[in-house]
Ligand binder design. Structure first.
Ligand SMILES: C[S@@+](CC[C@H](N)C(=O)[O-])C[C@H]1O[C@@H](n2cnc3c(N)ncnc32)[C@H](O)[C@@H]1O
Length: 260
């Protein structure tokens, strides 16, 4: 079976370099098993039985290259994750002033839709841009249908107002209502790109820089700070911080920053 195939250290390093160059994600030797598992899945699906043939395939087939990068990213997320940041926005900002928000590294959209339902419930005027490097995650966000396990932390009143319960083959799923979906636009964006596509009042870049090394984190922070309007807010994951990086932000709450 492919999943029992060993990858040589040289092949592991080659694949790690490809992932690092494309997404900034560092796969050190502790991630060997993770890479083997995800690579094995791609090899099974593409019916390629040797690692060297697979490396050849991703060098010559851009579609499989995208699938491979997709397979190596960690996409775990859920609704109302680390919700203190959203509560802070609602408590602090004026709901009459339109907000342009970027959920950078949005995965399948739960972060963006969690913000959207709470901002709508508090009569904010806003647009959210949700971006990710992974095409498959963006497709899930655009579909806006989620299994029930993802909504455990959503308060019942919000569920009732902004989510539709699935029936028939969609039993056990919910769909985000169109009036919420119209506030969220999904776009592909690689955080390694140094040209942000717009400027924003609030940027979320949570639970992704943890996978980057310090030079990559610094590069991403530089790019996102440039995309942040003066007085704008920047949030990273609760287990992340900007300690050790250069930036022009002041801390306003744990993992929450404001541009001067
Ligand atoms: C763990 S999820 C975080 C989702 C959400 N922000 C949260 O906090 O729950 C990390 C996401 O970062 C994305 N990602 C990894 N490298 C990226 C890159 N270079 N550019 C954009 N997104 C990237 C992955 O595809 C994945 O969907």
């Amino acid at each position: 079976m492919v999943s029992e195939t060993k990858i040589s250290l040289e092949q592991f390093k080659k694949l790690s370099r490809i992932v690092y160059k494309e997404s900034g994600i560092v796969l050190n030797e502790q991630k060997y098993n993770l890479l083997v598992a995800r690579l094995s899945k791609r090899m099974r699906l593409t019916k390629i039985s040797s690692v060297s043939d697979y490396i050849q395939e991703i060098s010559s087939n851009p579609d499989e290259f995208i699938e491979f990068i997709d397979a190596t990213t960690t996409n775990h997320t859920f609704f109302f994750r680390e919700n203190k940041h959203c509560e802070y926005i609602i408590k602090t900002l004026d709901n009459k002033k339109p907000l342009k928000i970027w959920s950078a590294a949005s995965s399948s959209g739960e972060e963006a839709f969690s913000l959207a339902v709470q901002l709508l419930a508090n009569s904010f005027l806003f647009n959210i841009y949700a971006s990710d490097v992974s095409d498959s995650m963006l497709a899930l966000g655009q579909r806006a249908i989620y299994p029930k396990e993802k909504i455990r932390a959503v308060p019942p009143s919000m569920l009732h107002t902004y989510f539709q319960r699935g029936k028939g083959k969609w039993k056990g799923h919910v769909r985000i209502k169109p009036e919420v979906q119209q506030h969220v636009k999904f776009e592909k964006f690689n955080l390694l790109s140094s040209t942000p596509f717009d400027t924003f009042d609030i940027i979320f870049c949570r639970n992704v820089m943890i996978y980057f090394d310090t030079p990559t984190r610094q590069k991403v922070v530089n790019t996102l700070c440039r995309a942040l309007n003066p007085g704008g807010y920047f949030f990273v994951g609760m287990s992340e911080s900007l300690t050790g990086l250069e930036h022009n932000l002041t801390t306003v709450l744990p993992s929450g920053y404001k541009k001067k």
